[in-house]
Ligand binder design. Structure first.
Ligand code: FAS
Ligand code: PHB
Length: 389
């Protein structure tokens, strides 16, 4: 088999990259270890920055998002009983789109089918070879048979647990990590969302987030200890704890119901530099992870894809390699700003086991600044909507 760009991983990064490259006449093959149904069953991000909305339009996959997505012009942060609203549009002229990652992935798969893009699912033992040679290649197994894919370029879109990052020599890679001492227990329920906008809650019992997918599908989270298991949490136990972490008047409006999805995600900040090594490029979670508090993960992944797709198209169509040469440094500039924002909001809004009264006072002062300062709200709004990254 031969192609121009081998893409390892068929999540949002790999799918979007394949879509943008094929629309520009650049041939790809996507190698994905799971089935399409497995990938589509994942429930993850829910917030799209304006830049991500633009990219979906550029890729020709924005129609359903505009029809079903919900534009949001602000969000709330609470500290005990105080509700602080940050108005994105007033502060920085921006908005975000509430539209689940699951739906983005579905839209991309359907668009890829329409253009006949090549996806190979249920691959195993993917290995990256000859990265520094003139022509690299990928080997993999499928259905008990070994295969070789010759290509010009390899893009690692295989997420945090993928193989691509590890193809960069250990003595070349620089890794930075912060593992948080808690996780997020998330549920989906076919109930009307608590409020029309998101609510991020800092409560003495821990963080909570009230989000949604649409007017009859709520997405709620609570901070839980890393030792907790999903089976430790009945629906009733979740609803009781979620309700306790919200201001009384807000909690009084909570409509509960059976959960249709329940999972616990660990939180970490992670960056692996560089994001290029020879003919290998990394995009998305393969290179970096942020805690979901800042709603940056998916948006940062697609920001990498926007940069790399333009660079690869210029390479093939204009014989211009400036984008490829500058990709890693340029992508990492935005990555580190998003990592900082996600870390700072996570630190402001969660209860850490080793925090003392001084730490909580610092959280209160930061939240009070959002309540009292236009400048603080503008800085938050610019990072949250992505315009400031
Ligand atoms: P992904 O991890 O989505 O995709 C990688 C793909 O590569 C997967 O399909 C995997 O099966 C495949 N793969 C892995 N190894 C492979 C191999 N060796 N060979 C072939 N294929 C391989 N972000 C937010 O903005 N908000 C959120 O609320 C949020 N919640 C999250 C909850 C969870 C549990 C997780 C894990 C992430 C969450 N994220 C959230 C971040 C998430 O949305 C990611 O940023 C986004 O999925 C990144 O997309 P990809 O880079 O494509 O990586
Ligand atoms: C979600 O709706 O899943 C969501 C929204 C905002 C976040 C994290 C998750 O910061």
């Amino acid at each position: 088999m031969r192609t121009q760009v081998a893409i390892i991983g068929g999540g949002p990064s790999g799918l979007m990259l394949s879509q943008l490259l094929n629309r520009a006449g650049v041939r790809t093959v996507v190698l994905e270890r799971k089935t399409r149904d497995y990938v589509l069953a994942r429930v993850r991000a829910g917030i799209l920055e304006a830049g991500t909305v633009d990219l979906l339009e550029q890729a020709g996959v924005a129609q359903r998002m505009h029809a079903e997505g919900q534009p949001h012009h602000g969000c709330y942060l609470t500290d005990d009983q105080q509700m602080i609203r940050v108005d994105f549009t007033e502060s920085c002229g921006q908005q975000v789109m509430v539209y689940g990652q699951t739906e983005v992935t579905r839209d991309l798969y359907e668009a890829q089918d329409r253009i006949g893009a090549t996806h190979i699912h249920e691959v195993e033992n993917v290995a990256i070879n000859d990265l520094k040679a003139a022509a690299p290649h990928v080997t993999f197994d499928r259905g008990g048979q070994s295969h070789r894919l010759d290509c010009d370029m390899i893009v690692g879109c295989d997420g945090f647990h993928g193989v691509s990052r590890h193809a960069i020599p250990k003595d070349v890679r620089r890794e930075y990590e912060r593992v948080y001492p808690f996780g997020w227990l998330g549920i989906l329920s076919e109930t009307p969302p608590l409020r029309p906008e998101l609510i991020y809650a800092n409560h003495p019992r821990g963080f909570a987030l009230a989000s949604m997918r649409h007017e009859m599908l709520s997405r709620y989270y609570i901070q839980v200890p890393l030792s907790d298991k999903v089976e430790d949490w009945s629906d009733d136990a979740f609803w009781d704890e979620f309700r306790r972490r919200l201001p009384d008047d807000v909690a009084a409006d909570l409509v509960t119901g059976p959960t249709i999805e329940k999972s616990i995600a660990p939180l970490r900040s992670f960056v692996s530099e560089p994001m290029r090594w020879g003919h290998l490029f990394l995009c998305g979670d393969a290179a970096h992870i942020v805690p979901p508090t800042g709603a940056k993960g998916l948006n940062l992944a697609l920001s990498d894809v926007r940069l790399l797709s333009a660079a690869l198209i210029a390479h093939y169509n204009d014989n211009d390699d400036s984008g490829l040469e500058g990709y890693s440094a340029q992508a990492l500039q935005r990555v580190w700003k998003a990592v900082r924002f996600s870390w700072s909001v996570t630190t402001m809004m969660h209860r850490f086991p080793d925090h003392d009264a001084f730490d909580h006072r610092m959280q209160q002062v930061e939240l009070q600044a959002l309540a009292n300062s236009d400048t603080a709200r503008r800085l938050f709004a610019e990072s949250y909507t992505g315009v400031g990254l």
